[in-house]
Each structure stands twice: as C-alpha cells, then as structure tokens.
Design a protein around this ligand. Sequence first.
Ligand SMILES: C[S@@+](CC[C@H](N)C(=O)[O-])C[C@H]1O[C@@H](n2cnc3c(N)ncnc32)[C@H](O)[C@@H]1O
Length: 212
Amino acid sequence: MSIAEITVAWERYARDRTPRRDRNAAGAASWFNWTSHPDHGPDEAVLGDLRGRSVLELGSGTGCNLAHLATLGARCVGLDVAPSQTAKAIARWGHLPGLEFTTGEAVDTLATTPDLFDVVYSVFGAVWFTDPDVLLPLMRHALAPGGVIAFSHTAPADAASPSPDACVRRYDLDGRQWVDLLVRHGFARAEWDVIEGPGGRGPRTLLVRAFA
Ligand SMILES: C[S@@+](CC[C@H](N)C(=O)[O-])C[C@H]1O[C@@H](n2cnc3c(N)ncnc32)[C@H](O)[C@@H]1O
C-alpha cells in the first residue's frame, strides 16, 4: 500500500471515533492505557522511569497516552499518518510543554530521522499494521543505548477477523512470534504478557517489550 492509501484508510477510521473522556474513573485528566478497556490494565510503569527521557509514539491517534507521559516530564513526539488525528491531538494537548505531534508514516519517518529515543512505543498503533520485518529494524535503529520499545494490540485469538480498523493489513502475531522477530532484528531481550479483560471478560491484550 502507498502512504496515500494508508492515509485514506486511517482518515476513514478516524472520522467516527469518539474522543477519550475528559476524566477517568479516578478523576485524573490524563492517564495511560495499554488495553482497549477503560481504566484497566498496566500503566506507564511498563516503560520505566520517564522523567527527562525522549519518547516516540508510533500511531499516536488523539495523543491521550502520550500527553500523560509529557505530564510526567518526558520529552514526547507523537507520530500519526492521519492528519486529522494530529490536529485533534494538538487541539486537545498542544498546550503541554515537551509534547509535539507530527503527521507521518512510521516506516517513512523512521527511515529518514537521525533522532534517537529512549522509548519507542505503540498502543494498537503502527506496529500492529506494519510489516514487522521492515518496521522492527527501524525501531531498533531509532533506539538510544539502554532504550526500550513496547507495544500492545488485541491478543490474536481475540481479534475480530478481518480487521475492522481499516482496509490495511494487520499483523496478528502471538507473543512468542514477536519475541523471535525482535531478537532476530537485534534486540538484546524481549518479553510478552497477556492482559485479561476486566473480570476475565472481553478481548485480551498482548503487551510486548524489548530492550536495546
Ligand atoms: C487503532 S488507532 C490507535 C490510536 C492510539 N494509539 C490509541 O490508542 O488511541 C491506530 C492509529 O495508528 C495510526 N497509524 C496506523 N498505521 C500507521 C503508520 N504506518 N504510521 C503512522 N501511524 C499509523 C492511525 O492513523 C491511528 O491513529
């Protein structure tokens, strides 16, 4: 698929999305969620200490997870292929310091940026929808020494088929397959976990981490 076709598909997806609510159940104005269930599962602690670290999100959507990391003192860049998502993220979170949103396709951008990041992550984002043999080496290349990548998507056994998200290919790999690929593409160590839905119900989430 060309970048133009990917953009059209994700603009179609973005059109009907409802914005994340203003406050979560705990009353917080910003928070991090790796799963598709509200107020559920692990938070940003998965990424380690964030203060002063440089962070890149691939497929940042409306920017709600990344904005939370900026409030914790990280220097954050959000990348999304859909210009309307970037616009929504800036409109909602653009006032926060240390936070930048930009429009671009993950492979295209990583192939040309000289920047290194301490953390590169994706929540149901570009990693799920991009050929891993192309994207993972670029993510490894963009990682500073001691850096970490992390990403989540619906556990493959629970993912609706075909992909309802857009007319783009989805890479429904299981944890073992991701770990094999990550190690093959130069990560020193990789691990995965499956997060059950609330009360054991609803789609489970696969969460993968890998270290430089
Ligand atoms: C399912 S949404 C998730 C958005 C956000 N991470 C969240 O959790 O709300 C997937 C996002 O990834 C973006 N995306 C998909 N493929 C991409 C790519 N190759 N490069 C950059 N962004 C991409 C889409 O535009 C969309 O905003």
